[in-house]
Design a binder for this molecule. Structure first.
Ligand SMILES: Cc1ncc(COP(=O)(O)O)c(C=O)c1O
Length: 370
């Protein structure tokens, strides 16, 4: 049986044509008309005045921290339930991550724990993550950060296409980061973007991303720079992918609804909730398996799926449980620990066929004895 992947790239003829167009133009470089156009189209889609196309979402997070002046000795509040890239970027600038647990109702940063942390210490920035395609609770988070004078950096790597009360993911905070790696809702194979409404910050991001080259005819550098720009070829791919974003959101939401229809009646199974006012992309459909009810641990279920050539993955192991961040401070931790212990991400790609999804549902039902 063919392998069913978690979230493979969804690419087609239009993408091939876009790549060929860029290739034939001769702009085989980390700049060019496709990069410029991708930035304009991305900013417009998200309602930001600036987008800076970069080589990865991690690069966007790193530059975002630099733009907000975060550096050695600073502390940064960050969601514990995330991919390591979010916390790694904090370490790149010499700052220290302080982890905030998830709210059980949204799986995103718990605003009450954030407030507790903000009252108890001094922080340079706050980095909430829009987990699995759903925006964090920015009505509370933005207000808390403003009150305490803390910079807000939105990690929207997993949530392009989502909205909260009609506002798009990537439009929150001083700066936001997107990822276009191979498993994201749109992909450039590898890539990312930094979003901001601050013209000067966008110019600074472009400067830092191209080796911080001073305006001189020779090569002169007064600051440390990075090689973080997205190539013109990949920007062409990004443009064709972006033009298909709305359809992809609809497809992933339909996949989520089909899983709910097919599995929602099983005792001990819960799906990641969609918060009020939130329009999630369901980039990944994630469910929890309570072993005290089902008699089956999520790892057992994952293994059975793997035996059937179906790729499912445990929910993120939270950062407060990672050996590399063992010494870091954290607020709460039980919710994200439970989500890791019980959470399983199911195949959710926008090119998942109905028959493959039915295969996944059938294996899960059979394993849980239904
Ligand atoms: C929450 C989160 N932040 C950051 C990243 C990093 O993005 P990239 O892989 O493009 O560097 C990812 C995904 O890879 C992610 O899931």
């Amino acid at each position: 049986m063919d392998r069913v992947y978690l979230s493979p790239p969804d690419v087609g003829e239009a993408d091939r044509d876009a790549l060929n167009r860029a290739f034939d133009s001769g702009w085989i470089a980390p700049l060019g008309p496709e990069v410029d156009a991708f930035e304009v189209e991305l900013a417009e889609k998200i309602g930001r005045s600036n987008a800076v196309a970069l080589s990865s979402g991690t690069a966007a997070l790193h530059l975002g921290l630099l733009l907000e002046g975060v550096g050695a000795g600073d502390k940064v509040l960050v969601s514990s339930l995330t991919f390591s890239a979010t916390a790694n970027a904090i370490s790149y600038v010499g700052a220290e991550p302080v982890f905030i647990d998830s709210d059980a109702e949204t799986w995103n940063m718990d605003p009450s724990l954030l407030n507790e942390a903000l009252k108890s210490g001094s922080y340079a920035a706050c980095m909430p993550v829009d987990i699995y395609g759903q925006c964090a609770d920015y009505s509370q988070i933005e207000a808390a950060c403003r009150e305490h004078g803390v910079a807000l950096i939105e990690d929207a790597a997993e949530a392009l296409g989502a909205t909260l009360h009609g506002r798009p993911a990537g439009s929150f905070g001083d700066v936001a980061a997107l990822s276009f790696n191979g498993n994201k809702i749109i992909t450039t194979s590898g890539g990312g973007a930094l979003l901001t409404d601050d013209e000067d910050a966008a110019a600074e991001a472009r400067f830092l991303a191209t080796q911080a080259r001073d305006p001189a005819p020779h090569y002169q550098h007064s600051r440390i720079g990075y090689n973080y720009r997205l190539s013109n070829l990949l920007a062409a791919l990004g443009r064709s992918q972006l033009s298909d974003l709305d359809r992809r959101v609809e497809v992933r939401r339909r996949i989520n609804a089909t899983y709910r229809d097919g599995l929602g009646d099983l005792d001990g199974i819960e799906f990641m909730p969609e918060a009020e006012g939130s329009h999630s992309t369901f980039w990944l459909t994630v469910l929890t398996v309570d072993p005290s009810v089902t008699g089956v641990h999520r790892e057992e279920l994952r293994t059975v799926l793997e035996e059937q050539n179906i790729e499912a993955r445990p929910a993120w192991k939270p950062m407060h449980l990672q050996p590399v961040f063992a010494e870091c401070e954290s607020f709460g931790g039980e919710t994200s620990s439970r989500l890791f212990d019980q959470g399983l991400c199911l195949p959710s790609g926008s090119n998942l066929s109905a028959s493959d999804q039915q295969r996944v549902i059938d294996v899960i039902r059979a394993t849980l004895g239904n």
